[in-house]
Ligand binder design. Structure first.
Ligand code: FES
Length: 136
């Protein structure tokens, strides 16, 4: 059955606690300056994969991880945050899965089990939330 024009719109999902930030400036292995850059394509793929999930996706100019090529981060408000490199412009769904795993993790740590391979091999750093540093 098709939705009627006067039917109420589906409510937007609540934002999850994790957010993806993609470097849209990253170039491909050949270093070409052509647009859209692979980083832009990765940001678009992540946004498309995140549609309807509650995962928010943002793009920034540089994450300072240029030597590891396509880069993105999964940030958490209350848990750990993660920086990844060596991604491909097809890693968008994997970033969304990682963000969802992190959002659902009671301990605030992205679980290794179930984490996509590119988020295992491409891990650059994990950063604790400032709140736990205040507790020590
Ligand atoms: S240009 Fe992408 S991390 Fe610097």
């Amino acid at each position: 059955m098709l939705p009627r024009d006067d039917a109420p719109a589906e409510p937007a999902p609540e934002p999850l606690s994790a957010r993806i930030v993609v470097c849209s400036s990253c170039r491909g292995p050949d270093g070409a300056d052509a647009r859209p850059r692979p980083g832009e394509r990765l940001a678009a793929a992540a946004a498309q994969a995140a549609a309807g999930t509650g995962v928010r996706v943002s793009a920034v100019e540089c994450l300072g991880n240029c030597k590891r090529r396509l880069s993105a981060a999964v940030l958490s408000q209350t848990g750990w945050s993660y920086v990844f490199g060596d991604l491909s412009d097809e890693s968008g769904p994997d970033l969304v899965l990682g963000a969802r795993l992190l959002s659902e993790a009671a301990d605030g740590i992205m679980p290794w089990r179930g984490r996509p391979d590119c988020l295992k091999r491409g891990l650059v750093a994990r950063i604790p939330p400032a709140s736990i540093l205040d507790e020590t």
